[in-house]
Design a protein around this ligand. Structure first.
Ligand SMILES: Cc1cc2nc3c(=O)[nH]c(=O)nc-3n(C[C@H](O)[C@H](O)[C@H](O)COP(=O)(O)O)c2cc1C
Length: 278
């Protein structure tokens, strides 16, 4: 039987006094709670049939009004991988995975269908944009959970949005279709540590939003993370601006990251690429 207390402790870096002994969890829940992103893959391939099964899992995710406003691009072609690899800087390891996918928000297909049926599509707006992004994200998560439950490793890749124009051209993404993220998928060649998450009393709010003692709780969280995984110099953000952090904590690092604007032209790019965002 799976030790749930242990799973909890590994995920939060602390014990709970709750008694989970009556809960008999499934291997899938075990896999979800003990997962970690993988950034090193073996050369072993993923069979066509397995990939088909995982794509079926992706498409089994819920979808807003069953509008299914997403697409998935499978990139296996080596020369295309090489092209993307050349552009993506330090993230080139992601293209060494046997399969690299793009999860695409896709409002184009339903615009075409609506017009073909003789109607005017009047929903190219921020709500549809968000629904497409959510659909795409849920399908990615469904594929992630299915993949990890059978021992595959994954890493989502938002770096793809740093080279979005180049990826658009290489993958011939038409207007109304954009990658929310890439996904590196393959058999792991490393055992990644479980990363400690914020405690439930910060993230979960019962009935009303509650920020009580937030910074105290964050300090405690920082300490727990720092004890097992201090953020080393090479992972610290913006050393060029702020210097090496006195203490490589989670809150220091995310604050540094968020203090510098990223992807400033993204909205403009989306607007030029068929998303009106009204
Ligand atoms: C939308 C999204 C984009 C991500 N993009 C990247 C990326 O470009 N490069 C990378 O190394 N990791 C990326 N990650 C992985 C996160 O860094 C990782 O999930 C996080 O550090 C927590 O670690 P864990 O997944 O092992 O629990 C991304 C994750 C998500 C959800």
């Amino acid at each position: 039987m799976i030790d749930v207390s242990n799973l909890y402790q590994n995920r939060y870096g602390k014990k709970t006094d709750q008694n989970f002994s009556k809960i008999d969890i499934t291997p899938l829940i075990n896999s979800i709670i003990s997962r970690a992103s993988v950034r090193k893959f073996s050369k072993k391939n993923i069979s066509k049939e397995l990939l088909t099964l995982l794509l079926t899992a992706a498409q089994s995710a819920p979808s807003k009004s069953n509008l299914q406003q997403y697409s998935i691009m499978v990139i296996q072609n080596q020369s295309l991988k090489n092209e993307i690899s050349k552009l993506i800087g330090d993230t080139k390891w992601a293209l060494t995975a046997p399969v690299f996918l793009l999860f695409l928000a896709d409002i184009r297909r339903n615009i075409k269908i609506t017009n073909h049926k003789g109607y005017n599509h009047k929903n190219n707006n921020v709500d549809t944009f968000m629904n497409g992004v959510i659909d795409s994200a849920l399908s990615m998560q469904s594929m992630i959970s299915a993949s990890e439950s059978i021992g595959l490793g994954i890493c989502p890749i938002s770096m793809i949005r740093n080279i979005i124009e180049e990826v658009k051209n290489l993958c011939k993404l038409p207007k109304g279709v954009f990658p929310i993220a890439g996904l590196a998928l393959g058999w792991p060649d490393e055992k990644s540590p479980v990363s400690i998450r914020l405690p439930q009393d910060i993230v979960t709010h019962y009935n009303t939003y509650n920020e009580k003692n937030l910074m105290d709780k964050i300090n405690q969280y920082d300490e727990r993370v720092f004890k097992v995984a201090p953020i080393e110099r090479n992972k610290q953000r913006h050393i060029d601006i702020y210097g090496v952090a006195k203490k490589g904590t989670w809150s220091e690092n995310i604050s540094r990251q968020l203090s510098v604007a990223e992807r400033k032209d993204f909205k403009k790019w989306l607007k030029n690429h068929g998303f009106s965002l009204e």
